[in-house]
Design a protein around this ligand. Sequence first.
Ligand code: MTE
Length: 328
Amino acid sequence: TMLTRVKQLWELPESAATDESVFLKRRQLCQAIAAGPILLGSTAGGAATAWAAAAGDPTADLYPVKRNERYTIARRKLTEEKYAITYNNFYEFGSHKRIAKAAQKLKIRPWTVTFDGLVEKQMAVDFDTLIRHMPLEERLYRFRCVEAWSMAIPWSGFPMKALVDFAKPLSGSKYVVMETAQQKENMPGLKQFWYPWPYTDGLTIEEATHELAFIATGMYGKPIPRQNGAPLRLAVPWKYGFKNIKSLVRFTFTDKQPVGYWEKIQGKEYGFWANVNPKVDHPRWTQSSERLLGSEKRVPTLLYNGYAEEVAGLYAGMEKTLGKRLFM
Ligand code: MTE
């Protein structure tokens, strides 16, 4: 039957089966096969089957989106998809890198995004409605984790400015705080009660409306996989990876500088600004170079992760008062 074929093809764990994915229509199944599952042999974490994109995703028809050639990457190759979707940080699914399989439990529909705080009017919007109002494009961005590994990703999505304009913040609003979904039944990491759930992080309004701030809804020309933050996550390429908060359900506008998840855990090592700087080391390791995901190669880290020309103006004069805090 269709059901067994699906299971054989995808090795869909029973626990991860949603009504949607089990009862795929034939047409969708064919699309899914064309998109191609990434079947891995045994990996360090044991045999893993990771999905390149959610089969039956209601936004699948939107992809691939047109590439904006303004945002490409010089002298660096795109990371192979199989690495970007199997080596992740997503603590809601475990505090290690091989969470891709566990993350298939994330329930991504229905998905409501709330806008509140200092806004003209509080709103709760269905993601499928929201995305169809946003100007979608593809951008090639670098990505630099604070742990000194990096990748280069073709994100699909829209400028965060479009979302801020949609939210209509009041003039007194200075920051936007983002929040990740909390699904107790599906996210085993939430049982680690000593972590300050929900995962949150924030940007100044100037940062959030900067042309480089991007909300990613897809990668590699498909809807974004769960392990990478479906159905929408932040991509701010000049900041350390932990600012790139996943699976967003809330945008709160405020006049107070927020304290994010990592700053709450270890404020001496992870701060609000978290701009990439090879000259400001992490207290426990150097930030002067980085390992390219999928290779053993190390390359020098660049100021603002290679985006200094675009973003340095955001921080003009601030190094005097903030010092190293601007870069950690
Ligand atoms: N968002 C949530 N909700 N939970 C997380 O644990 N980890 C962050 C960031 N966003 C994290 C998160 C960190 S430390 C990194 S490096 C990136 O996600 C990793 O993104 P990737 O898995 O798509 O490479």
